[in-house]
Ligand binder design. Structure first.
Ligand SMILES: NC(=O)c1ccc[n+]([C@@H]2O[C@H](COP(=O)([O-])OP(=O)(O)OC[C@H]3O[C@@H](n4cnc5c(N)ncnc54)[C@H](OP(=O)(O)O)[C@@H]3O)[C@@H](O)[C@H]2O)c1
Ligand SMILES: [Zn+2]
Length: 393
């Protein structure tokens, strides 16, 4: 009779190994594998990275060699059954003489889900699926959305006061702020300073590291002059793609985003910009692409995420102002929200709200957020929750 606690310990090890692939694996899933021999000792372990090509279970099998015979494979994702850049892993597992496979979840690609397990079972391997599934599903939620829908998993992140304001009033009477604004703009600090503290902002850096792309609007570029980089220092296979929505190309040529563009890592989507501006931005190393407007004359956000999917972007984090927040929520492109709250209040009625510019046509239905979790970051806190399950869409 298998010992559940022992199984969970080894699966946790496999999940920890899988997590080491964050930043190095996209557009593939994060996968970690542990092989335990017939005596209960770890004989092999592996983490998949895109550039390393080999899948985690194959790396672990290579390490284990003969010790894999009659052993157990612990893995967070179903072994593949199809020929991709590498031969099917299910066949390698069978050939190694592994007796038992303990996996957290099926392949999220509905076209192939279950086939790897079927192949193992048909060869007489004992297969158990489902332990630690929640952790495993969260780890690969972006991959699931991307592989099932061809579009990135979209997280809307925002930081606000307790009364839901994302920035102080930009009113011309706010002279203290306007003076501070000039020096802040050069450093990328938002006008009025940071809302949240160091711990929350460090977590935002970690979130950036976990994403393939960030998106903001030209309003934020003009107001805050942000860099939008991943400053964790952790390795990443592809540069973080920084996306700006800017229909007329109002992004200043001397902005920090334009100034820091390297190898096409700043992409501006526009819809009605002059050829001159496009040429000048392209000469600065920025990629500029035209997208069709929607019925309201705005860049079509569904076209944005479809295009990002074509560029193999599996995860997108929106870090924008009120207008883009409102437009993204109204368009229904957001899968998950991560909302930071600082213990502050902007009492000025002109302070910038979390969302703006949305005309719901009279509908006032609240959208229910599911699987809510709560986090503490020093003095600040955050709610994380889902609009939909990426494994169901
Ligand atoms: N606390 C936070 O987490 C946070 C984060 C970011 C920003 N902010 C604050 O937000 C404020 C800026 O807000 P904002 O609303 O002006 O900026 P925004 O939402 O970042 O950008 C809005 C602009 O994006 C352009 N845009 C392009 N495509 C669009 C589309 N499909 N739908 C809607 N807009 C589209 C529009 O300009 P065009 O029509 O010219 O294209 C629009 O005016 C600043 O005060 C900043 O400090 C706060
Ligand atoms: Zn494989």
């Amino acid at each position: 009779m298998p010992d559940r606690t022992v199984d969970e310990q080894f699966l946790q090890q496999a999940l920890d190994l899988a997590r080491q692939g964050v930043g190095l694996t996209s557009p593939n899933p994060c996968v970690g594998a542990v092989i335990v021999d017939a005596h209960g000792d770890v004989a092999g372990a592996g983490t998949h990275t895109y550039d390393g090509v080999k899948h985690a279970e194959v790396l672990a099998l290579e390490q284990a060699g003969e010790k894999a015979r009659s052993g157990t494979l612990y893995i967070n994702l179903e072994p593949c059954s199809h020929q991709g850049r590498t031969p099917p892993c299910a066949d390698a597992v069978i050939a190694s003489g592994i007796r038992r496979v303990v996996a957290s979840m099926d392949d999220p690609n509905s076209v192939v889900a279950g086939r790897g397990f079927d192949r193992l079972r048909a060869a007489g391997v004992q297969v158990e699926v489902g332990a630690m599934a929640e952790q495993a599903r969260r780890l690969n939620e972006s991959f699931a959305r991307y592989i099932r829908g061809g579009i990135p998993f979209v997280t809307l992140k925002s930081a606000m006061t307790l009364n839901g304001k994302i920035a102080p009033s930009r009113d011309a009477s706010n002279t203290a702020l306007l003076e501070q604004d000039q020096s802040n703009r050069a450093s990328g600090t938002p006008p009025g300073g940071w809302l949240t503290g160091q711990t929350a902002r460090a977590h935002v850096q970690q979130m950036r590291h976990e994403h393939d792309a960030l998106l903001t609007g030209v309003g934020t570029v003009l107001a805050d002059n942000p860099l939008l980089t991943d400053r964790t220092g952790f390795p990443r296979r592809r540069p973080l793609l920084r996306v700006i929505l800017d229909s007329q190309l109002r992004t200043p040529f001397d902005s920090r985003l334009v100034g820091s563009a390297v190898s096409g890592d700043v992409l501006i989507f526009c819809s009605s910009a002059s050829k001159d501006k496009k040429t000048r931005l392209c000469e600065s190393g920025v990629r500029v692409e035209d997208l069709p407007p929607n019925n309201d004359g705005q860049i079509d956000l569904h076209a944005v995420i479809r295009r990002l999917g074509q560029l193999e972007i599996t995860s997108l984090m929106i870090e924008a102002g009120a207008v883009i927040n409102g437009a993204a929520l109204a368009a229904g492109i957001v899968d998950k929200v991560f909302l930071f709250y600082a213990p502050k209040i902007f009492s000025n009625p002109d302070a910038v709200p979390f969302t703006a510019g949305v005309h719901s046509g009279g509908a006032i239905d609240a959208v229910q957020i599911k699987s809510l979790s709560f986090h503490r970051f020093g003095e600040d806190f955050a709610f994380e929750g889902y609009f939909r399950d990426p494994y169901q869409h």
